[in-house]
Write a protein that binds this ligand. Structure first.
Ligand code: EPU
Length: 448
């Protein structure tokens, strides 16, 4: 099959100071032992911001987004949109982004940016829907499995697009018509891409076995604010989309980040502290709160906040990750760090990604008793953790080693701070505001 490209890929050198491999390496240093207490306000959701920013390509009108997190992945997405011709204003201090995609000059993403993160693939659906043509490099992102994109491609093909995948480049073109689509797996970004392709297609699209992660439904709400016609039945995992000829602009406030909120709750729990996360939707954390109660934490739930208090020894619990509303895979690694401090044997089964256990090695080096077999980890606790130098191998693995560092004796030096900063805004600063002792510093020489 040949690539249906009319635009050649943009290959201009692109330097993004936030995410380009730094010439100097930033590391975190955390001294364990402090009990965290206090309140932290949660920002907008990374995994809602990325598809919603991509969705601004669907309209020539201006979209203003509020509560946008100031994290590296968002900044790369904004750069990607700018390189394609979008006018972007980022008021980071106000958490506000204004995007106008009236003059998009290419249907192809710049490789240097696309290869940096998974979210880049999310421009495929909107470009295909609005311009009948899209192409991009294989997306990057955390190395937690093979992360194929066949669900996306099959969805585009079902809508009538011609789809090609040659030399790690993907292209799709054609006029889209509504279709019935049954997803092989309820892929999160796959569902988002197909929804965005279908909103401007002629006729009715029904997506079955769709992802119903809160961020996917947040994208649906945003698209509805642009004039899209979408209905869903969460219990049936079904989305119904009636295509419309055009979409208009909107002003939209993003949902809070449930994974950031969960990370701070776990930080409170691992330090036997008393931490409240504010400006959240507690319902999004139902499975995580349930597990925290199971290990012996006290949870207090309010309309827009959740408090965790631990004042007794933690006990072991088994965790099985699953698609929402199951236990989120993104909190599997941080929760495993917590289980190293629980009395007894916990079994953690990762069922969403096939390679999300490699961070266990870092926890073992800190003294954790974890045996990994494939996607199952057996954690025996409580372990006395000790500070050493560890690496944030991916975003949530980084959060996991930071939590372990909070409970460890002595100083832990965490390499790969830029990986953590892809998805967390001011994590080390916020932990310190809650009472942790730590700082970020620059290593003099470049990483090997
Ligand atoms: N899958 C396929 N075919 C596909 C797509 C996915 O087989 O075409 C499989 C994957 O191999 C995996 C499973 O389906 O086993 C789930 O993958 P999914 O597509 O749902 O994940 P994703 O869309 O690539 C998003 C988030 C991840 C989060 C997962 C699961 C974004 C940008 N990323 O990834 O977030 O872990 O959904 O909820 O939304 C993170 O924030 O740290 C992160 C990795």
């Amino acid at each position: 099959m040949t690539l249906a490209l009319t635009d050649s890929p943009v290959r201009s050198p692109i330097v993004n100071p936030v995410v380009d491999p730094p010439s100097r390496e930033r590391i975190y240093v955390l001294q364990g032992g402090a009990r965290l207490s206090g309140t932290v306000q949660i920002g907008g959701a990374k995994n809602a911001a990325l598809p919603i920013l991509a969705a601004t390509l669907l309209t020539a009108d201006t979209c203003t987004l509020e509560n946008v997190p100031d994290i590296a992945d968002v900044r790369v997405m904004l750069d990607l949109l700018r390189h394609m011709g979008a006018e972007v204003e980022h008021e980071a201090a106000l958490s506000r982004v204004t995007v106008c995609c009236a003059d998009i000059r290419t249907r192809t993403t710049p490789d240097a940016l696309a290869e940096r993160f998974r979210g880049s693939f999310l421009v495929m659906g909107p470009l295909l829907a609005r311009f009948g043509q899209a192409s991009t490099a294989r997306p990057g992102g955390c190395n937690i499995g093979s992360r194929p994109v066949d669900v996306h491609s099959k969805g585009f093909a079902a809508l009538g697009a011609q789809v090609a995948n040659v030399d790690h480049r993907f292209a799709a073109s054609g006029r889209l018509r509504g279709a019935n689509i049954l997803l092989d797996v309820p892929s999160h970004t796959g569902t988002e891409n197909i929804i965005m392709a279908a909103v401007l297609a002629e006729g009715l699209t029904v997506i079955d076995n769709a992802s119903i992660e809160p961020e996917v439904l947040e994208l649906v709400q945003f698209l509805r604010s642009l004039g899209a016609r979408i209905a869903w039945a969460s219990t049936a995992r079904q989305l119904v989309i009636q295509g419309v000829p055009r979409l208009h602009g909107s002003v939209y406030r993003l949902m809070p980040d449930r994974l950031e909120a969960g990370t701070y709750l776990l930080a409170g729990a691992i330090t036997r502290g008393d931490v409240t996360v504010e400006r959240i939707v507690p319902d999004h954390l139902r499975s995580v709160m349930g597990k925290l109660v199971e290990v012996g934490a006290t949870i207090e739930e309010h309309d827009h906040s959740v408090r965790v208090v631990v004042d007794r020894p933690l006990r072991a619990a088994d965790v099985h990750t699953y698609f929402y509303p199951g236990f989120p895979t993104d909190l599997q690694q941080p929760f495993t760090a917590l289980l190293t401090q629980a009395v007894g044997e916990s079994i953690v089964q990762e069922t969403v990604f096939e390679a999300r256990m490699t961070y266990a090695y870092e926890l073992q080096r800190m003294g954790a008793d974890i045996r990994v077999n494939g996607s199952t980890a057996v954690v025996t606790g409580p372990s006395v953790l000790h500070g050493t130098t560890v690496t944030a191998q991916d975003l949530r693995a980084g959060a996991a080693v930071m939590l372990a560092a909070l409970a460890a004796e002595g100083d832990t030096r965490i390499r790969g701070a830029h990986t953590v900063e892809r998805g967390y805004n001011r994590l080390i600063e916020n932990l310190c505001a809650l009472g942790a002792v730590g700082h970020a510093e620059w290593l003099e020489s470049a990483p090997a």
